[in-house]
Write a protein that binds this ligand. Sequence first.
Ligand SMILES: Cc1cc2nc3c(=O)[nH]c(=O)nc-3n(C[C@H](O)[C@H](O)[C@H](O)COP(=O)(O)OP(=O)(O)OC[C@H]3O[C@@H](n4cnc5c(N)ncnc54)[C@H](O)[C@@H]3O)c2cc1C
Ligand code: FES
Length: 290
Amino acid sequence: MNRSGAQRKIWHGNGMIENNLKLTEQTFRLTLSVQGTLPPINAGQFVMLRLPNHTDPLLGRPFAVYRVSGNVLEVIYLAVGKMTKLLAEMRTGETLNLWTPLGNGFSPINIATHIIMVAGGIGQTPFLMLAEKYVQTDSHCTLLYGTRNAERAICMNDFRELGVDIHLATDDGSRNNDFGGYHGLVTDLISKVYQPAEPTRILCCGPRPMLQAAFQIARQFNLPCEVSLETSMSCGLGICFGCVVKCRCEKENKNDYETKLTSDKIDNETWDYRRTCIDGPVFDAYRLCW
Ligand SMILES: Cc1cc2nc3c(=O)[nH]c(=O)nc-3n(C[C@H](O)[C@H](O)[C@H](O)COP(=O)(O)OP(=O)(O)OC[C@H]3O[C@@H](n4cnc5c(N)ncnc54)[C@H](O)[C@@H]3O)c2cc1C
Ligand code: FES
């Protein structure tokens, strides 16, 4: 089921590598084409990629869908471990198993909203499709992007071409010629771009401490906040329960529940596990047990 409760249709098959382009030392842009047409994919949904004829690793790995057009799908990945390092060696014409769209994606956003996308590391990947959708409306899209150094900040031109307002933050204070570079935490930039007069929504993807810091700021300003989690997964389909996270559960007494959402205290009755692959990867930050 998707957010609207409709039965979801998952495409499963082989994708052929059209391009596997090295962007930086560890980052790659993978372009895959499939036979036939992919079902509609929403911003924040993901794809599982698996190396065919491999037992190590046997399982697929989840990646945000960066961009999709007809039967062509793009993923931006960081070569960090077993699967992604092998993937980095693959060439045009080779194939991968894939299944998509998976997960819930970001919830719909009212028009004329300031959408502040907060990304850390490779966390910008689910936001391009979101920006593609909302720059067409009266919404104002801002990307706050934090990386270790300016060299690691990738794909910013894709966002700029859409008209997204981009602010870079780097750990070492290095700067990008076009986008500058604030020396410090990317979350420090939230209060700099937030305009209280504009309805605002904060969306985040990146390392957990960054998500938590962004959520604390959203809570301080009383703003809606969604976070996309990068929990490791096995099936991606809701079967194995390998991807659970602790969430606050809705109680029958709604008022009581609302109070508990904003309280730091979580008792045993108010939480349960949720599967990141089907209830997420995008969660209302107020519902997660941080
Ligand atoms: C919804 C979702 C979307 C995602 N989107 C993206 C995306 O767009 N781009 C992207 O790059 N990633 C994305 N990820 C993360 C991606 O799935 C992981 O990077 C990928 O699974 C790594 O697989 P791997 O086999 O290469 O690494 P693994 O071998 O499974 O290792 C995973 C992590 O453990 C570390 N590790 C491995 N071996 C050891 C060891 N012996 N000791 C200590 N640490 C170790 C690795 O450095 C790595 O950080 C996403 C994850 C989710 C859940
Ligand atoms: S990865 Fe199997 S249930 Fe989520």
